[in-house]
Design a binder for this molecule. Structure first.
Ligand SMILES: C[S@@+](CC[C@H](N)C(=O)[O-])C[C@H]1O[C@@H](n2cnc3c(N)ncnc32)[C@H](O)[C@@H]1O
Length: 255
């Protein structure tokens, strides 16, 4: 059965393994994020929402830089991971970003890799309306998504991603196999986690759909929700070679 990412073992049963499996250059990305928002007047100690914060790694890095960050995620298991390494300036909450009731307007919102999980068009639209409501006037939204063309090239070349690592809980083997749905710009993903510990093997298998974005789709959704001055790049690192990324970064202001 193909379903959206809700219930994905990656975010729930195996939340503890997320950062082992998906490595990101978080400090370097946060250098880029801080530069993008500083250029639009958002500086520490501004209030930030990390919408879909996962294990909190970006929220914590921004808090280290002096921002006051609320990390929000729909997975209580991932929020548990974030709370374990909590530091001053970062607080974490379980919740659905589509139902966000902003306690006070944020100066900035970060949304890293989350909109790929919103498969239905009304949800994709709603996310931008929520962000617009949650920002103060001239607040800044920074987001990244998987870019359709780059992802299609990469997943045609390498449909299988595998990683085997030793963890404090045992040997973990992760495998994902991706098929492209060219018509709907979606990925059909089959994921397996297999954990070996004390001569026991436990595994979780999951099939789901993820969506990918084009720059035009992002621009349309940002404009529909009233965002202006959209800028796009293929990563947070301005020194990285252009055209090799499967990522799309957007920054925009809500007047
Ligand atoms: C690919 S992970 C990225 C996590 C984190 N932003 C990072 O870059 O390390 C996507 C995250 O979005 C969260 N998510 C997906 N849909 C959500 C929603 N509607 N509301 C809140 N969080 C959501 C998932 O639980 C997951 O933690």
């Amino acid at each position: 059965m193909i379903r959206p990412a809700q219930g994905r073992p990656f975010y729930y049963e195996y939340a503890w393994a997320y950062d082992y499996l998906i490595e990101r250059p978080v400090p370097k990305d946060c250098d880029g994020i801080a530069a993008l928002i500083a250029a639009r007047g958002v500086l520490p100690p501004s209030r930030f929402l990390d919408a879909g914060c996962g294990t909190g790694r970006y929220a914590i890095e921004l808090a280290v830089r002096g921002f006051r960050v609320t990390g929000l995620d729909v997975s209580s298991e991932l929020i548990d991971q974030a709370r374990r390494r909590q530091i001053a300036g970062a607080a974490f909450e379980v919740g659905d970003l589509l139902e966000l009731k902003a306690p006070a307007p944020y100066d900035g919102i970060l949304c890293c890799g989350v909109l790929n999980d919103l498969v239905k068009e009304p949800e994709r639209r709603a996310a931008f309306r929520v962000f617009a409501r949650a920002l103060r006037p001239d607040g800044v939204l920074v987001l990244d998504v998987r870019e359709w063309q780059g992802t299609a090239r990469k997943k045609t070349r390498e449909p299988v991603f595998e990683k085997a690592i030793d963890t404090p809980r045992g040997g973990l083997r992760f495998r994902s196999v991706t098929t492209l749905d060219q018509v709907n710009h979606q990925l059909l993903v089959h994921e397996t986690h297999e954990l070996r510990a004390n001569r026991r093997v436990s595994s979780a298998k999951f099939d789901f759909t993820m969506c990918r974005w084009t720059r035009e789709e992002l621009a349309l959704h940002l404009a529909e929700a009233g965002f202006t001055s959209g800028e796009y790049s293929d990563g947070y690192d301005p020194t990285a070679p252009a055209g090799e990324s499967d990522r799309l970064v957007a920054v925009a202001t809500h007047p």
